[in-house]
Write a protein that binds this ligand. Sequence first.
Ligand SMILES: [Zn+2]
Length: 384
Amino acid sequence: MEWSPIVDPAVARHHRELVTQWVDANIAGVDGLDAVHLAMLLLYADLDGDHDVAALVSRGVGEALSEPGRFGAFVGPFAAAWALAVLQTSAWSGIEADDLLVELDDAAQACVRGARAMSYGLRAGAAAPGGYLLERAEGSRDARWAPALLDRLEVCAVPRPEGIALYTDPHWLSPLVGIEHPRGRYDLGMADGAAGAVALLCGLVERGIERSRASELLEGVCSWLVAQVERHGGVPAWVSLDDRPGPIGLGWCSGAVGVAMSMHRAGRALARPEWCDWAIDQAERWTLGSALGAREPEASAAGCLCHGSAGVVYGLARLHGASGRRSLRAAAQAWIDARLVPHFVGEPRGARAGATLLGRLGGALVLSSMGSERPPSWSRLLLC
Ligand SMILES: [Zn+2]
């Protein structure tokens, strides 16, 4: 997607000061894979100065590789590989990791081929090694893993009157949530649901990898997603097997902004401009004015990337870049002022201060991108 800055240079300088203060107060406590994402922030925002970026990267990668049983887009070895691959291909980084990445390519392919019980999601399923392999793939020649990835997605595909739903097995849910959904459910969001699979399928279609098979599934899942949003008057996190909707949300992980980004990308990938327009309209409808309004869901009071204001701001900025719709830029600015900046003012420490997805590190990445002419390449980890 195209990119253009959301805030003016003077505001961007103020945000830079806030992010710098946050980094100085928190850098010592950032661990695991968050350390690699922090390195991305320092390099992307030109804040590396006195900080030892190489040490952060190697510490973070080492910790993530030591958890081979955990995997997702933000945890475990493939998440580390993905972040390294993004760093390595970013003009601003200078990080070299060829040998390690070649090794991890093989491991990710084996994971995609082998894990039959794996969910299809981005946060903890096949979309994570899939997203990493896509990051590495130049085209169909390198993508022998793609049929296995599509096998995995197709196993979850359930034909419905409105298109194709993706089935979430109760064992992939946390134990308490699984008890509430003993027969499973259909998830819609970017993190664990259909929107994440849509973004992944777009990556295949755009690169010409298994194009006809991926397009067919993509078309079906998008049709189903649009129908759910129309029927339920917003983006529910999930829909039960008997069509009851879960809570309506706004955020990246399971709400309107994540679905809108994904659907916009699908509209481009399949040459369906009406889906792009639909996505822009959805983002506008659900975020305009809500930064200060009572309709805003409670979760977005959090500043995080996952379901909080940082994810909403990021999505609005992306969709503004793609559409040029000025109302989205205005909405992003309102969200930044009312719901994101306050998390960086005053006490700069706090629970989960460093966590990329659930803490303030994701917010720092978003805030540092809003005045930038340079597209936020760190966010390739979000698939949109
Ligand atoms: Zn979330």
